[in-house]
Design a binder for this molecule. Sequence first.
Ligand SMILES: O=c1ccn([C@@H]2O[C@H](COP(=O)(O)O)[C@@H](O)[C@H]2O)c(=O)[nH]1
Length: 287
Amino acid sequence: MTAAETTAPDAPFGARLRRAMDDRGPLCVGIDPHASLLSDWGLNDDIAGLERFTRTVVEALADRVAVLKPQSAFFERFGSRGVAVLEKAVAEARHAGALVLMDAKRGDIGSTMAAYAETYLRKDSPLFSDALTVSPYLGYGSLKPAVDLARDSGSGLFVLALTSNPEGAEVQRAVREDGRSIGATMLAHLAEENAGDSPMGSFGAVVGATLGDLSSFDLDINGPLLAPGIGAQGATAADLPAVFGPAVRHVVPNVSRGVLSHGPDTGALRSAAARFATEIAESVTAR
Ligand SMILES: O=c1ccn([C@@H]2O[C@H](COP(=O)(O)O)[C@@H](O)[C@H]2O)c(=O)[nH]1
């Protein structure tokens, strides 16, 4: 795929993401309007506060970071008016040049999954996003409608494989009859989805930056690895090479509270994001 083809709006998500990571660095900043952050920013925990918080983050960062990741839960909390704020943020962030990864962690039986997929991955949907987080714990095959629609619309998925929270191990490290863990099985499914894609596939995995050495897992899925856990959850940019090994070049490190806690000043938000971006670049290139 040529450089021009990777930036075309209809290029597959994996190609557009690779280009954005190369141009802007791989950092993904979360838009997580926690009630406590609204308060720290001097905003009310209401729709006006949500709107102001979200607009400030988008205006500060959408023209410079590769990916913005709104956490849907914090918008849904306010009902339909919160979802309207989310719709506007998605459109404005995309317009300013960021890729939008909707963190909604959807997962259901296939027929219902098709409706979730239409919500976030159908091009004319009000919540259309470049990619969506999905949960495979109703069986990887239940995600097929989302995989199919993502292929059609040039969007992407991030499948929960090895999450950043300690409780995730109970499910994700459980071992199947064939000796493979559930998390490793999800990674293998994603490698199959992405086989042959260049510069990388559109089907990513969520793999926490908090998890320590993951060399027992095959992280070579020819697709992106979203790595939450840096900042508030205790991981640092310097941990990335030890956690991800050679796959670190496909890592999209996510920081939410670690950046957002520096608001509401736009310059301070930008500086915080730039500091994380620099630490990540130094850590990845030092490898
Ligand atoms: O395994 C996972 C999957 C998703 N997340 C989400 O990422 C952000 C992390 O926020 P921080 O403030 O940087 O801790 C949040 O939206 C989570 O829902 C995750 O943390 N771990």
